[in-house]
Design a protein around this ligand. Structure first.
Ligand SMILES: Cc1ncc(COP(=O)(O)O)c(C=O)c1O
Length: 395
């Protein structure tokens, strides 16, 4: 089918809750994708952050192909080696002696974390503090945690018990804590909010507040986790450990998989009957996730994330003096935000015309979440296009 024929099918049969580019993608390899007409695009935003190893990474393909012929799905009433191996691998990397729960998406991982927090707050404590401009997902619990009124609009009332503080403001968090507070939930690096890095001492300060008031400290690493920032978990870039971490997106190299990793004394509250996900932790997703971890280890991709950070930083810092559109550059590993002085949508569309895929978040922040195996040549080729588009943009 042509892209146009597929677009027509969507117009007639698919609910229009997404804004889509007028392109139908049919194939991917590494940091390239191809559309139905055979045009090749360089992808600096593969899979909205899910394709951390690029499109169709061979070891993930192989693991899934092997597993799908053996056992596609069994429920969590049975033991599965793949789930146990994945839980061990995540626990060993997190530094909190974690116990794992698996689901299928980031929002579901956050829902599990909300339940974990509330169960640990009993009796009497149920309030969770989250941060302005956060993003935690679209299910109603995760959406209530997401402190952005634009996403709540028309869906109110939200779930009770969420209080919001500005990201980076410890005093504001301290003021919100009362006798009913059970947890603090924060993205160590805000992703959708514009790649906002935590100010020095902020995450450590949240740890202190959580300890002082017996709160569960939850880091949402759905976007920042799995090596994207040069560490397995973004919090490992700072001197802090959480009580629980949520994961999804890159966890299984593009295969749907979400997870919660929690210290045993908190995880133990999730007893049978408190939570479940039918597809969660299925053998295909777990094999894919385990192969993702192996690939990151074997290919030295944590180091590669730092290399990518340096490469993009050099390019954008060199461009900055020549490009008044660049207001700020925020980078940690392969999490890259370029805040512009103008709306970014036109820049994204112009890059698309030139066969480069990027994203814009919060109106003015260009967001890149490239694959960790992006080559130096691809990095330069994409930056050349972006540079040309930025320099020729007429606001
Ligand atoms: C930090 C964070 N948490 C949760 C989510 C929700 O994940 P999902 O879309 O898989 O439900 C996202 C998605 O962008 C995210 O960035």
């Amino acid at each position: 089918m042509t892209s146009q024929e597929t677009i027509q099918l969507f117009g007639r049969y698919v609910i229009g809750n997404y804004t889509r580019y007028p392109v139908c993608l049919v194939r991917g390899e590494g940091s390239y994708v191809w559309d139905a007409e055979g045009k090749r695009y360089l992808d600096f935003f593969p899979g909205w952050g899910c394709d951390l190893l690029g499109h169709c990474p061979p070891r993930i393909v192989e693991a899934v192909q092997d597993q799908v012929a053996k056992l596609i799905h069994v429920p969590n009433t049975w033991y599965m080696e793949a789930q146990g191996q994945l839980a061990k691998a995540l626990s060993e990397r997190g530094g909190i002696d974690g116990r794992c729960f698996f689901c299928n998406s980031g929002a579901e991982a956050v829902e599990a974390a909300i339940k974990l927090a509330r169960l640990n707050g009993k009796p009497g404590r149920y309030k969770i503090i989250t941060m302005l401009n956060s993003f935690h997902g679209r299910t109603l619990g995760a959406l209530s945690a997401t402190a952005q009124p634009k996403y709540h609009k028309g869906l109110e009332p939200m779930l009770a018990g969420f209080c919001y503080a500005p990201f980076g403001d410890l005093d504001a968090v301290a003021k919100l804590i009362d006798g009913e507070t059970c947890a603090i939930l924060v993205e160590p690096i805000q992703g959708e909010g514009g790649i906002n890095l935590p100010p020095p001492g902020y995450l450590e300060g949240l740890r202190d507040l959580a300890d002082k008031h017996h709160l569960v400290l939850i880091f949402d690493e759905v976007q920042s986790g799995m090596g994207r920032t040069g560490q397995w978990f973004a919090y490992q870039n700072w001197n802090v450990l959480p009580d629980a971490v949520t994961l999804a997106k890159a966890l299984a190299g593009g295969v749907a998989c979400g997870g919660l990793v929690a210290r045993p004394q908190f995880a133990d509250k999730l007893v049978p009957g408190t939570h479940a996900a039918t597809f969660g932790g299925n053998p295909i997703a777990c094999r894919a996730a385990f192969a993702t971890i192996e690939t990151i280890d074997q290919d030295g991709l944590l180091e590669r994330a730092v290399h990518i950070e340096n490469g993009f930083r050099q390019r954008f810092e060199a461009l900055r003096p020549r490009c008044p559109l660049i207001h700020d550059i925020r980078i940690k590993g392969a999490m890259i935000g370029i805040e512009l002085t103008v709306e970014g949508a036109a820049i994204v569309n112009r890059c698309l015309e030139k066969a480069l895929l990027i994203n814009c978040t919060h109106g003015t922040t260009l967001r890149l979440l490239p694959a960790l195996n992006l080559t130096d040549e691809q990095l330069d080729a994409g930056c050349d296009i972006l540079e040309e588009v930025l320099l020729s943009h007429k606001p």
